[in-house]
Design a protein around this ligand. Sequence first.
Ligand code: SF4
Ligand code: SF4
Length: 70
Amino acid sequence: MNKAVKKKRKALAAQNDCVACGCCVKVCPFSAIQILKGITARVDQDKCVGCGKCAKECPASIITLEEVAV
Ligand code: SF4
Ligand code: SF4
């Protein structure tokens, strides 16, 4: 039996460096990103499919795609 851990790509925003421009929110096809309290982006890991559109769009380059266990 293969017990390999399943992994998926997910977007993570470095919240301390976010300038809350909202560019990532506009391009996410799955509405997975919210701007919390108008100051920082937060990715809903359950909605994110790891497409990478937000990371390409972020002018501050603070969104990375990480392999996470699911
Ligand atoms: S990687 Fe894709 S699905 Fe995930 S938050 Fe970014 S734009 Fe949305
Ligand atoms: S595009 Fe980047 S800087 Fe702008 S709200 Fe999203 S994570 Fe923050």
